[in-house]
Design a protein around this ligand. Structure first.
Ligand SMILES: [Zn+2]
Length: 269
């Protein structure tokens, strides 16, 4: 289901939703309690029941984690659910329903009234928010915190990921030069590159042209190798130093081959 894939790739750290493995019409979702409210820090697990006519009819939401705001195992009355079918728009999707429910958490007084709503004291809601993190869904067999890790942890990991990737991408570069040093110094680079195009051309008469083409290609490849991505100054500055000798050798070989080919052509003609 496309929507499930979209939600799975959703970078939003406020919720995590996915359909059950055995029933695509039932989704389980964990949402974060809205910040600045008594639900802050709380994690709440609920069911999303899609009707057979979905997306033309709205989903139903049923809270599972004790929260002090919504009744448990009761279809919640918000404008995105089956209680307000006339307001539902097929384009909204599960994500809208999730965000809608999250938006309904802080509502107070008459705005909060409706089927499936309860109004526990703030202290009780805070207490429930605290213990909600370790609440385990009997179906998913995971705590809410496992379903939806804290954004701080997530933020640090996302911050660390690029750093880690940079570190990793730099580390191999620093490791690579010693490894790639042996090949550039001898001749192998040119023969290694030439076989690939040569296999495509079998005609002996065209061999001369092919060698020229391959040589020109190899020189282009060499130039590309010289500036692989240009993203990192370190890499860019290091590589030319290592690749200059093979480039000079390549061009020398190229010129020699051109001369040989020219001589052969003259003799043949
Ligand atoms: Zn669950």
């Amino acid at each position: 289901m496309q929507e499930a894939r979209e939600l799975a790739n959703d970078p939003c750290t406020d919720y995590h939703a996915e359909p059950l493995e055995d029933d695509i019409f039932e989704w389980h979702c964990t949402i974060r309690g809205p910040s600045g409210t008594e639900f802050e820090g709380g994690l709440y697990h609920f069911r999303i029941l899609l009707p057979a006519e979905y997306p033309f009819r709205p989903p139903s939401l049923m809270m599972l984690t004790p929260n002090g705001r919504f009744e448990l195992n009761t279809k919640i009355c918000i404008s995105f659910t089956s209680y307000h079918e006339e307001e539902w728009q097929p384009a909204w999707g599960v994500r809208t329903a999730i965000l809608g429910l999250q938006g309904f958490f802080p509502l107070k007084g008459s705005a909060a009234n409706g089927v499936g709503s309860v109004e526990y004291p703030v202290s009780e809601r805070k207490r429930l928010a605290l213990i909600s993190r370790e609440w385990v869904c009997p179906k998913c067999q995971q705590t809410n915190l496992e379903c939806l890790p804290d954004p701080l942890q997530h933020a640090t990991t996302t911050l660390n990921e690029p750093m880690g990737l940079r570190g990793l991408s730099r580390a191999p570069d620093q490791l690579e030069p010693p490894v790639s040093r042996p090949p550039p110094t001898p001749l192998p680079p040119a023969p290694e590159r030439s076989p690939v195009p040569e296999t495509t051309i079998s005609d002996p008469d065209q061999a001369a042209i092919s060698t020229l083409v391959t040589e020109s290609r190899s020189s282009i490849v060499g130039e590309q190798d010289r500036t692989p991505s240009g993203t990192e100054a370190i890499r860019g500055s290091q590589l030319p130093v290592y690749h200059r000798p093979p480039l000079l050798l390549d061009t020398a070989i190229c010129l020699l081959l051109v001369l040989v080919v020219a001589l052969l052509c003259r003799r043949v003609l």
